[in-house]
Design a protein around this ligand. Structure first.
Ligand code: M6R
Length: 367
């Protein structure tokens, strides 16, 4: 059942070229430059007139939501808020019939997300569900939606469900931008082709970076803490990298926006602290290079996720994980793969049960 892999987590990491492809199949058409998402069509008028989009989720699904905020605001020029379902449901938020809620959930059964949606629905909001488990409670309560086609995810740590969420959210943002006419034809077509190339780029990482990441895992497996830093589209990936490491290796890790480090966390940096930078080539690159230099000057152990061909980062970092170059909006779908693998191999090095970490449940159906 593990298909020859030692663990479900590794199997699911390796399934990603296929599951991302499956989430595009029948939707992304690069011959005609179209995106089919019938769930979006069915609430098109609501979306076009929406005062704002509120994304509600927990955990890894919340990280997908955070990235969606950046992308939807950039491409569609509509206000987006991202909320932890547990906070949203209790804090008496202002919701009207002009709000569209995107609920993101792998299981479709997360209690806090479900109740947050019930409340929002009572107040007249339209619910779009982005769910993996077909027929689940969140899928049923949604007015419209799109399934992620990741297949059953057994490992408690979410991997392939996360990239499937990102894949569909990218389609959602691009399609909405096209409808709203907030994107140029050229950028739209470019991003469609960039998305189409993601499965093969993920495959490249799996084919080429495994031994390197295993070596990095062995080297840092005894660290007490890790810091994960990213800017812009890669900030949610820093949070996700830190969450994966906490869950799988029980090493304390924090994700931060790289520039926030000066406002506190930099006090932690010494020669024992591994600091992982998600530093793929994007419009923030110069800024993140100077953040890396600041860590290096304080003798932090610099580990970077870098784009192929980026010699600046390669020379600066003590250890580097390479991902193929991609448009900055698409790059997080690639930069998260080394984060998943690093957490997995550190967990293995520490002899832990990576598929069933202590204290965690696959779906959190009680609050
Ligand atoms: O099923 P959901 O997507 O609603 O679950 C949300 C979180 O419980 C989940 O992502 C959790 O954070 C995972 N253990 C992350 O790996």
């Amino acid at each position: 059942e593990k298909g020859g892999y030692d663990h479900f987590m590794l199997k699911e990491i390796f399934e990603q070229p296929q599951t991302i492809y499956d989430s595009f199949r029948g939707r992304l058409d690069v011959e005609h430059n179209t995106i089919a998402l019938s769930g979006l069509d069915s609430i098109k008028d609501k979306l076009m007139e929406a005062r704002r989009i509120i994304i509600v989720a927990c955990g890894t699904s919340w990280h997908a939501g955070l990235l969606a905020e950046y992308i939807i605001e950039e491409l569609c020029r509509v206000n987006v808020e991202v909320e932890y379902a547990s906070e949203f449901r209790y804090r008496n938020p202002i919701i009207t019939s002009e709000d569209v809620i995107i609920a993101i959930s792998q299981s479709g059964e997360t209690a806090d997300t479900l109740v947050a949606l019930e409340n929002a629905k009572k107040q007249g909001a339209t619910i779009f569900g982005l769910v993996n488990v077909v027929g689940s409670s969140i899928a049923r309560i949604s007015d419209a939606g799109a399934y992620t086609h990741a297949g059953p995810e057994i490992g408690v740590a979410s991997t392939k469900a996360f990239t499937a969420q990102l894949a569909v959210l990218q389609l959602f943002a691009l399609k909405l931008a096209k409808l709203k006419n907030t994107i140029s034809e050229e950028r739209y077509v470019h991003l469609l082709h960039e998305l189409n190339a993601v499965p093969q780029k993920v495959q490249w990482i799996l084919d080429n970076e495994l031994e390197n990441i295993k070596t990095i895992a062995t080297k840092y497996k005894d660290a007490n803490d890790f810091l994960y830093l990213g800017r812009g589209y890669n900030f949610p990936i820093a949070l996700e990298g830190a969450l994966k490491l906490k869950e799988i290796s029980y090493i304390h890790a924090e994700g931060y926006p790289a520039a926030e480090m000066k406002h506190g966390p930099i006090a932690l940096v010494d020669s024992t602290l591994p600091v992982v930078f998600i530093a793929t080539k994007d419009s923030y690159h110069e800024k993140i290079v100077s953040n890396m230099q600041e860590i290096k000057a304080r003798k932090g152990r610099l580990i970077a996720v870098a784009s192929m061909g980026d010699t600046t980062t390669l020379e600066l970092a003590e250890d580097t994980m390479i991902v193929p170059a991609a448009d900055e909006i698409i790059a997080p779908l690639l930069s998260v793969i080394p984060m998943q693998l690093l957490a997995y191999y550190i967990g293995i090095e520490r002899d832990l049960d990576v598929d069933k970490p202590r204290n965690l449940a696959k779906s959190v159906t009680v609050e």
